[in-house]
Design a protein around this ligand. Sequence first.
Ligand code: 4AD
Ligand code: MG
Length: 463
Amino acid sequence: MRRMKTAAILSQAPIGEDVEVRGWVRTRRDSKQGFAFVEFNDGSTLANLQILVETSLPGYADWIHHLTTGASIGVCGVVQASPAKGQSVELLASALTLYGTAPAEKYPLQKKQHSFEFLREIAHLRPRTNTFGAIARVRNALSAAIHNFFQSRGFLYVHTPIITTSDCEGAGQMFRVTTLDLARLAQLKGEIDWGEDFFAKPASLTVSGQLEAETFACALGECYTFGPTFRAENSNTTRHLAEFWMVEPEMPFYDLADNMDLAETFIRTILRDVLERCPADMEFFNQRIDKTVLETLRNITDNEFVRLSYTEAVGLLENSGRKFEYPVRWGLDLQSEHERYLTEEQFRRPVILYDYPRAIKPFYMRCNDDGKTVRAMDVLVPRVGEIIGGSQREERLDVLVARMTECGLNPDDYWWYVDLRRYGTVPHAGFGLGLERTLLLLTGMINIRDVIAYPRTPKHAEF
Ligand code: 4AD
Ligand code: MG
């Protein structure tokens, strides 16, 4: 008797073999011909395995009525060709173990379609639905594809700290980490003595591993980080999370053009890998979530991205004859509606914008000679907008220090980062890809809260 997963049984179809499966009941239908059909799912694949349970099985009358949606069972049986349409094999049960019941009148997940809003309230059960099972498998395949991409190119995977005392993006959107007694502080009037805190200075959760990744890139060559990132931005949009996952490659001796080349190859490769590895799940998204998903993805994997300077993009938007909710003017940041106009209507493919105004970008980006722009790049994709932000880094000591001061930062606080420019400095570049934004692109899901297991957003940290 071989213990098997549904995915393997359906793909290998070992007809005549005795196997054992363990998982959960999706539905049960009793026939009048002396058996019941159980639709069984163990999470290994989207498809259910049909199990035929004959009324003559030992104990049948005791447990059959407990085989309701959500009940957990183990089944031994023989794999046989299925006469039913749409499935090649089924399992004829020879023994059944009931592990746990899921009383139908209480179990929140019923056969009917539930809204994504409702499922967010029972996020601990939503992995049992088709949609969230498929998202979990695609997220897994995407993570593996990301590692494969970099590992096959000799990039070093580095783990950067989660607790940090520097604000990489300089946006002040950090979650404070402290062991100070907040109740006592609330009663105190006056200054907080940070010397009493755990790290003896203000510390926070990281908004990016970039600065630390740069120190490795400038010693060991191409590297990347891949981990959770935290931002206390109070944006209640369908594209922002307070906790999200980011992939950040960092490459010495790369300029902005090299950076754009890598970002483009990276996106096209990982999308192609997931399409290849998860055909059933991707077909499901295309049928049930967004009928244009596969077409959009194929269009991205098969065509080159458009590259355009920020200044050109602003010109296009200004002359588009389009009424936007937010103003478009040189010097202002682009909003999601502008990014989507460029990728969905103007070019109908991903667009890499580069050379943004220095006033709206962080201190570490390399300054251009025009005195107005920095060597930034954002990769924009249809439906989602920005999925990558990156830049060539400022490698000149004097320029970096001046720029930090211009951004209101004290270079002394970043002494170790500045040291990289003091000793053996090199031109270098890197970028950050948002994992959940990439999943929105892949799955056609609309809300970023639905592509991460337990979303953290303003006022929401349940589970
Ligand atoms: O553009 P960002 O802020 O760039 C950085 O953090 C750089 N330090 C990266 C680098 O150069 N190493 O963020 C990068 C990406 C965005 O393009 C977006 O995909 C994602 O991270 N992102 C978010 N995803 C979900 N929720 C949020 N609040 C996000 N903020 C950024
Ligand atoms: Mg950005």
